[in-house]
Design a protein around this ligand. Structure first.
Ligand code: 2P0
Length: 331
């Protein structure tokens, strides 16, 4: 079976020169309509489309350069990593897609700007920034859609981190993954806000990758997910285009809770949400009865993320003083 992303890279690499120093940035993202379940695990091909909002300056800065020492070197947040660490081995395995056996030692330097306390995964911005940096370092002329397709091989959610703003990842149908990449929505919504409400927990019990696969394999409720998630994605896209905040928020919250319900029905169950997460939701729902226009979404972790518009920001930060507010269209 051919793979569209690998084919794109190997064709582009035919004309590539030696790597040069190249720095890139990619934002993290939060899905308003979730990616949960793969039809092909080796290519990260999803069972349903998803739609996200990028987190502006919260993301990954990655630089790729030839390694003067002659051996690969990977560093993260100022620390040179042991080659056995998961981050270093994943980054080099991804770089090998480009090097394809050629002796081109690289220095890969990544700095995440996502506050550690926010507890957000960095694989989305990390693989998107690494894709951009590798394409730049090897001077490949690939479009952003092609980079999104390539970033998918690192992590599914990285497809969406190639762009700022609202981004939709179409699931595609082709077995080789040629039609499974993301595209940005031409919508600017300056008043749109996101808040991260951190929930203090240790390392999570399951990676999102394992949690997703286990849910697909064992949850009797998963059968209902792909069609509902596809409908949610289409609806949320339409509401983003209309800038209908209430309808968007209601559907995004319902989509997140449905995803968590599929996990809770897995055998054995997976529960990323803790009592603290539920307490935050209860507080939000009580405030909503009193008129607060904010909605929640949760990913493969205990933190709760809120979406709201600028006019609700004071009420949100009064209700949740620990909220870290992000302005996705700050400029
Ligand atoms: C999302 N998540 O749409 C969903 C919601 C977590 C919950 O994308 O296996 O790290 O690398 O493709 O991208 C997290 O999954 O998984 C994720 P892989 P990824 O944001």
């Amino acid at each position: 079976m051919t793979d569209a992303a690998r084919d794109l890279i190997s064709k582009a690499m035919v004309d590539a020169g030696d790597p040069v120093e190249f720095a890139a940035y990619a934002p993290s993202n939060i899905a308003l309509s979730k990616y949960w379940g793969k039809r092909d695990r080796s290519r990260n091909l999803p069972l349903n489309s998803s739609l996200s909002i990028s987190l502006a300056e919260w993301g990954s800065h990655t630089e790729v350069a030839p390694s003067e020492s002659g051996i690969d070197q990977v560093s993260l947040n100022g620390e040179v990593l042991d080659m056995g660490t998961a981050f270093a081995s994943k980054a080099l395995k991804f770089a090998d897609l480009f090097r394809a056996g050629r002796a081109q030692p690289l220095k890969i330097t990544t700095r995440n700007t996502i506050p550690t306390a926010a507890g957000l995964a960095s694989s989305a911005s990390g693989f998107a920034a690494l894709t951009r940096a590798l394409c730049g370092s090897f001077s490949l002329s690939l479009s952003e859609a092609e980079m999104s397709l390539i970033a998918r091989l690192g992590s599914g959610s990285a497809t969406r981190s190639i762009w700022h703003g609202f981004v939709r990842w179409d699931k595609g149908r082709a077995e080789d993954g040629s039609d499974s990449f993301a595209t940005p929505l031409d919508v600017t919504w300056p008043d749109f806000r996101i808040a991260i409400i951190p929930v203090d927990v240790g390392p999570k019990s399951h990676s999102s990758r394992d949690g997703m696969n286990h849910t697909v394999d064992t949850s009797p409720l998963f059968a209902a997910w792909p069609d509902q998630a596809e409908a949610d994605c289409d609806f949320i896209e339409a509401m983003v285009r209309e800038q209908n905040f209430t309808a968007l928020g209601q559907r995004a919250e319902a989509n997140a809770l449905a995803m968590h319900a599929t996990m809770q029905a897995a055998r054995p169950a997976i529960t990323y949400l803790t009592q603290d997460s539920w307490a935050i939701l209860e507080r939000l729902w009580a405030a909503r009865k009193n008129g607060l226009e904010a909605y929640a979404t949760m990913d493969a972790g205990a933190n709760v993320k809120l979406i709201f518009e600028a006019q609700s920001q004071d009420d949100v930060t009064t209700l949740f003083p620990e909220a870290q507010v992000i302005v996705p269209f700050a400029g």
